[in-house]
Design a protein around this ligand. Structure first.
Ligand SMILES: *[C@@H]1O[C@H](CO)[C@@H](O)[C@H](O)[C@H]1NC(C)=O
Length: 521
């Protein structure tokens, strides 16, 4: 008996020394629903792996775990003026331009500034007893949150919500080659035509100029936000530029099944799909019955969590509804208002359990705005798409899906009901879309380990290897002129000029006419 107890104690000790619990800070203060879903994914996997997580969020998680502490920055929601802009009526009538990067950056900057001045955040970062083994920070058009890693002097891990692009890759490596890589706000997919290629190059340069132009404002917010906290720990705050280039790893919500097989540095790890629940949650009873009974299949229609379908112009609404009513399939429409005279085959849901709907065997088509979470989920569950992209990376996501052969694109406009009908007939009538999405779904799933386990592995790897310096890209330390061999070009040019001067001098010397000189004399 005593022997057994000793054995058990020894076993317990060895397990305890094996399962290391780390303290990890997860920073996702942006008040968008889909970005919070990405942040919640980190929290869920890290807690499951036994770590202690502190989570800075605008939308706190309700059922808390004892290892989870949340820092509430929900005051950010008030600043989320982007929500007003996502009014479909204005968008359809072209009253607003959602592609105006400058105004996007200013909304994002205000949210960041508000986060850094938030009372809860200030108390938290100014407490010198706080410390972390790693800090995970979402990059979304701002680098400002990298200061959390600086203050706590912990390894900085970036999380990027889109397919990798110049703005994020330049933080850990270098800009991708614009000749064959589309930017996140691009409307094209390679191979590019000449003008598209110029356009891609210009996008990179334009964004760089814009960021350079606004750097001083950002640097000031950075200094105002973090100087005191750093000083309380006896540290001087570096410049924002220095801090933002100290990231050791980037975890990206991307995967080759939905994106391109682009060249990536070793410290970028694609983990798209990690936000998807490990097990499909059961549907509510009524919805389960609707989907089970839909012998002709279910078309699921959702424009995401940011765009409110009720801001849709009313004639557009009624045309779409009329078109749906003529279909033999069942339509599940995520919509925020009750519609009168609803056809029998159309069901409105104010909130839709999207993953469970897509997972149902009768779901045959997904009409989506093309957000990366939705396109990833469609691939995960193998459902073909019709994309109605509205802004940001949605265009490029849909163009990619179209090029990959599992989607049709329908531009957002007042008369889109007709185009939508045509696209529905095409996708449901031609088996190639379903086959393609099945093929890519296989690619999405066929990985050595699940994306959630991969996430945990790399975070722990960074901590265990004290910041994973071996993953750092050598390109990161080489200035642009050296990468392009501009110094060699200058040297060759200088030699050519020198040779030219020497030749000219020699020619002058050799062919100098002695007679001419005499005359002058
Ligand atoms: C940041 O927020 C503070 C406090 O609300 C405000 O005083 C400051 O002007 C803001 N800075 C910028 C650049 O918006």
């Amino acid at each position: 008996m005593v022997k057994l107890t000793i054995l058990l104690i020894l076993l317990l000790i060895s397990i305890l020394s094996y399962v290391c619990s780390y303290k990890i800070l997860v920073v996702f203060p942006y008040p968008g629903k889909s970005h919070t879903i990405l942040g919640n994914g980190y929290v869920r996997h890290l807690l499951k792996a036994g770590h202690e997580v502190t989570y800075i969020t605008s939308i706190p998680i309700k059922n808390t775990n004892k290892n989870l502490r949340q820092i509430d920055v929900s005051s950010n929601i008030e600043l989320f003026t982007l929500l007003e802009n996502l009014d479909l009526e204005k968008q359809v009538n072209k009253v607003i331009d959602l592609e105006d990067t400058n105004s996007l950056l200013s909304v994002i900057r205000n949210i960041a500034n508000n986060t850094l001045h938030n009372k809860n955040v200030r108390t938290f970062i100014e407490d010198p007893n706080e410390n972390f083994d790693a800090v995970i920070v979402e990059w979304l058009y701002t680098e400002l949150y990298c200061g959390f890693a600086t203050v706590f002097d912990s390894p900085l891990i970036w999380s990027s919500s889109m397919d990798p692009h110049s703005m994020v890759l330049s933080l850990i490596d270098e800009d991708p080659n614009p000749a064959y890589t589309s930017n996140h706000i691009s409307h094209f997919d390679p191979p590019f035509t000449f003008t598209q290629r110029l356009n891609e190059l210009w996008t990179i340069i334009d964004l760089k100029i814009l960021r350079w132009w606004l750097y001083d404002i950002d640097n000031k917010i950075f200094a105002d936000g973090f100087t005191t906290a750093a000083a309380k720990r006896g540290r001087t705050l570096p410049s924002l530029y220095e801090a933002q280039h100290s990231g050791v790893l980037m975890l990206g919500n991307s995967h080759v099944s939905s994106g391109k097989a682009m060249r990536l540095p070793q410290n970028y790890k694609p983990i798209a799909g990690y936000h998807i629940d490990d097990e499909v949650r059961p549907l509510p009873e009524d919805l389960q019955k609707i989907m089970d009974d839909a012998k002709q299949g279910v078309i699921y229609f959702s424009l995401g969590s940011m765009v409110k379908s009720k801001s849709m112009p009313s004639d557009m609404k009624s045309n779409i509804l009329k078109m749906f009513s003529a279909l033999k399939q069942t339509v599940i429409w995520k919509f925020e208002e009750v519609l009168p005279n609803l056809p029998k085959n159309v069901h409105i849901l104010e909130w839709a359990p999207q993953q469970s709907i897509l997972a149902h065997k009768n779901c045959i088509l997904f009409i989506t705005h093309g957000g990366l979470l939705s396109t990833t989920e469609a691939l995960h569950f193998g459902v073909p798409l019709i994309g109605v992209p509205i802004f940001a990376d949605q265009h490029v996501n849909i163009y990619r899906a179209v090029n990959k052969g599992f989607a049709r694109h329908v531009p957002l406009n007042k008369d889109m009901a007709e185009d939508l009908k045509e696209a529905i007939d095409e996708i449901l009538g031609n088996p190639k879309y379903k086959e393609k999405v099945r093929e890519l779904s296989f690619v999405h799933h066929d990985r050595p380990i699940s994306p959630g386990d991969e996430l945990v592995h790399w975070v722990e790897h960074v901590i265990r290897t004290k910041g994973a310096p071996h993953l750092r890209s050598p390109a990161f330390d080489v200035p642009f002129y050296q990468k392009c061999y501009l110094d060699l070009a200058a040297l060759v040019l200088a030699i050519l000029i020198a040779i030219k001067i020497i030749i000219v001098k020699l020619v002058r010397l050799l062919f100098k006419k002695p007679g001419l000189k005499k005359k002058i004399n």
